[in-house]
Design a protein around this ligand. Structure first.
Ligand code: MN
Length: 335
């Protein structure tokens, strides 16, 4: 998906310090979602938990948008014209509905519930996403993964994977990236990552052994779930830092609850995000934007998209670079 924010700001993202706590019962940081301003009259509202000021990365996960369940007859569904990406991978994961994907690597694919589609847009890619006519309800997440500096010029690639359900003892997981409960996704990533859809049985508590070198986040899709002792409301993201070997998740309701478990080793590199681009500096972002606006071959062409506009124009750049998110110099004239 495209970042629907009509006036995106440039954000510097870096691994933040983990919350202090006992590794057996760690402190949980709650990242509440914010609704992003709509990019058009029919665009769906999305709830964004990453990036935010307090925390911008979990492992290499740098962008978490959660949307729906959305009545397509009211909102018109999803119709995102061709738009570019650099320096990242997009992970599309649906709970309900169907989206038709076309990209400049010549891929034409359907995104369906429980099927992961990971698109690599290292050097440059563009794609369109349109919910199909058969879709009445649209409900899912759009996730981005930052590529490490060594691989951020990676060629275009598209990986599709349908995980089998895994019994978690009180719930079920679908491991689309990484390893959990002995189940490993074959999908290749450039840094160690974890991505799992988990449905927790009514009233059940799950204990999950995880890689203690990872930091982790729990995004609540439905229900109310306690991560250790911290209750997370719907659409909130609970974060725990590295050094934690086991997560406990309790469904506090009498219906099944659904969450996404995201994790990864701390990314360590500072990145600059603006609109649909990930780079390392403001000047790079400006160059990516110019390339897109000028129709550069960097991003290729999408074939077969039918819509009101042939491609999404980039928003205007902010006039000045924003300052680093932490420890800003107090007398910086650019701020
Ligand atoms: Mn996109």
């Amino acid at each position: 998906m495209s970042n629907t924010d009509a006036t995106p700001t440039e954000i510097r993202c870096r691994t933040e310090d983990p919350p202090v706590g006992d590794t057996r019962n760690p402190r949980v940081e709650i990242i509440t979602s914010r609704e992003v301003p709509l990019g058009g009259p029919r665009a769906m509202p999305v709830r964004r938990t990453l990036p935010q000021r307090q925390r911008s990365l979990i492992g290499a996960w740098c962008f978490v948008d959660h949307y729906g369940p959305d009545d397509v007859s009211v909102t018109g569904g999803m119709d995102v014209a061709p738009h570019p990406h650099t320096g990242l991978q997009t992970v599309s994961w649906l709970f309900t509905g169907e989206v038709e994907h076309r990209d400049s690597d010549g891929v034409h694919a359907m995104v369906r519930p429980g099927e992961m589609n990971l698109m690599t847009g290292g050097h440059g890619i563009c794609h369109s996403e349109v919910s199909t006519r058969a879709t009445t309800t649209l409900h899912g997440v759009q996730l981005w993964v930052a590529l490490p500096d060594s691989d951020r010029e990676a060629p275009r690639e598209f990986q599709h994977y349908v995980p089998e359900p895994t019994d978690l003892g009180g719930g079920t997981g679908k491991v689309f990236l990484g390893t959990l409960a002995g189940d490993t996704s074959p999908v290749r990533t450039f840094t160690p990552l974890l991505g799992v859809e988990i449905v927790i049985d009514a009233g059940a508590t799950l204990t999950l052994d995880v890689d203690s070198a990872f930091e982790h986040g729990i995004l609540v899709d439905t229900g109310e779930v306690a991560l250790f002792d911290t209750v997370l409301e719907r659409a909130a993201l609970g974060y725990v830092g590295t050094g934690v070997p086991r997560l406990t998740l309790a469904n506090r309701t009498d219906e099944p609850a659904r969450v996404l478990l995201l994790g990864g080793t701390p990314f360590g590199e500072e990145i600059v995000m603006w609109w649909n681009f990930v780079g390392r500096s403001h000047d790079e972002i400006v160059a990516y934007r110019d390339a897109w606006q000028n129709g550069s071959d960097r991003f290729g062409r999408v074939e077969g998209y039918v819509g009101d506009v042939a491609r999404l124009p980039a928003p205007g750049l902010p006039n000045a670079q924003i300052r680093p998110r932490r420890n800003p110099p107090t007398a910086d004239p650019n701020c």
